[in-house]
Design a binder for this molecule. Sequence first.
Ligand SMILES: O=C(O)c1ccccc1NCC(=O)[C@H](O)[C@H](O)COP(=O)(O)O
Length: 269
Amino acid sequence: MSVLDSIIAGVREDLEERRSAVPFEEIVARAAAAAPALDAHAALTAGRSDPQGVRIIAEVKRSSPSKGELAEIPDPAILARAYQTGGAAVISVLTEGRRFKGSLADLDAVRAAVQLPVLRKDFMVDEYQFHEARAHGADLVLLIVAALDDETLARFLALTHELGMEALVEAHTEEEISRAVAAGAKIVGVNVRNLKTLEVDVAHYATMARHLPADVVRIAESGVTGPAVVADYALEGADAVLVGEALVRDGEPAEALRRFRTASLVHEH
Ligand SMILES: O=C(O)c1ccccc1NCC(=O)[C@H](O)[C@H](O)COP(=O)(O)O
């Protein structure tokens, strides 16, 4: 069983517990009663020519399957406010509990703390999770192409849009990019981390970027260790860059974010 399959097996078990506590009809009603979603698409567009620099999706990431605990985050609201101060475009909150030690409580705390669009970053495999994301104030959800067949991907994308949210559709290979685009994705991420082997190769973004159509918002995901990596992604056409570990491990996340955001302006290649 691959790492991705084993994470998804745990996600399904945890989901059954939540579904017993809050039935489907109730979560649908809570989603319908939530404040309207913020426009994540607009927040992520126009990175390339923007004098403010490339857009950053800043992640609240406590732990990971590849590295274990990354940082103690006693209050995700404080971290999220620092990201907002540093100029983040979107805040990503990992809500998977077993491997990433995230939770919906983290999402609630971040939602209440910032005025930016918020991404519920999880392994979305069931309709329930989409209503749950909206009920907890998410504006954007993650759809991992490798985890979904074509019919489910298209159905989940449609459901995301019906609920007023956007989807970051994540691919790792050329074939997955084609499947994302065929399903109608408007925001496509290339994750340079292979979720089956956990190998990270930042050069993979450049190889894949040429397969991204011009009319999608392009996101480079993972592997940022410093401003030069962000600059490379931006030079390869990324509108936005998703950063987790490098921000949560930095003692000054607002400053680190500012450095990353302006990296494409100050780094010459
Ligand atoms: O981070 C992991 O080890 C991981 C393992 C298996 C599935 C997903 C995983 N991470 C999710 C992400 O894609 C990252 O949290 C995100 O892109 C930020 O990456 P980084 O900046 O390298 O922390």
